[in-house]
Write a protein of this length. Sequence first.
Length: 414
Amino acid sequence: MILKRSRRRNKLSEISEHFADIKSIICNRLKTFSKPRKYFITMSGALCLHVALVWLLCATWGVDSQPTIADQGQCSKSDDGDEDGSKTNDDYQRLQKALHDERKRVESLQAMLRDADEKKSSEGPRNLSVALLKRLSPASNDSGRGVAIGRNEIYVLGEFSRTIRVFRDDAGFEQLRDISISRVNQPYGLIYSNKTDWLYIADYRDRCIWKLETANGKMDNLTVWLDNVTPMCTMSLTPDGNILLAQQRSSHRLEIYDSTSAELIFSLRLPATLLGSPQHSVQTPWGTFIVSHYKKENNHEQNFLTEITIGGKIVNHFNFRIGGDELVWVPFLCLDPTRELLLAADVWGQRIIVFDARTLTITQLLTSSGRGLMDRPFRLLIDEGKRRLFSQQWATRKIDNAWKDGRLDVYQLS
């Protein structure tokens, strides 16, 4: 009898620990209701898991743990077990009540999620409105190859001048200085990570990535951060501040490197069914990758977008279907996590194509309004904090062999 009661108490203790874990998880999920609606799907899945765990605990322990009438009768006849038996029954009743309360709470949260989803679906498309704030010019006779936002500064990469032009990140966008990066043979891409406070510069010709430290307002210690990358390697930041590379040519891989140590922490060979060569990739807040890739077909470069899981499974696919005189070239992407939108720069179409990032369906086209806006957009960057869009123009050669424009347009998003 004593052994049986001991086992019962152990089971009740285990149930209590499970309830504590579940309650903590649900409380943490509840706090995210004040955040953007992008968490709702994640929360819904988590709550379903919690419900399953609760019912599993009830089915597994509830029947076996409840004292039977015979047990209660035997307990009452035991001189040394009355107090323990009563305490066990009280614990069981208390946990049963906690189970009932948690079920009600989960049901309430699920109802809130359903209401939020219905409201979200009734709101219609999440269109962006853009208003031009400023046009920033590159160095003379130069071609822009990247833009990044650091600590109160904006960095614009010039390919032929091999400089980084620095602007103050305020309403005036004052030009502060030009930083020489002459050791970089052919600059091809630029990103900044808050995690390290470094700029990362892709070098097309030397097949490496450089890092430039920006701590304390100083720009020094330009060193090779990662070598032996493919020539057309493109970069983006993961949600946790590491570096995602889309390796082109024969590799056709997505790789994530620790932004500090340059240690390879993830590698995925793209599925054979994914046509052509990857141009650029971004990682979504829900963990998948969206890849812009192209394939030459009938003297045309046909462009595609594909969403892939970390296991290499294709989730969504979009085919731009080039035909006739229509030309589409989508070299770079950027995400708007707040609205769960994907922006794709269509250079030849002179527009930015906006997709629902969850489904890869087109929701909007951002085009010129007669003032040269959206003229050959090439590199894109969204500043979530200040709700701004940076669109760097693709520079083209004039007849006199000079490079045409290549400016950086800054838009306010709403």
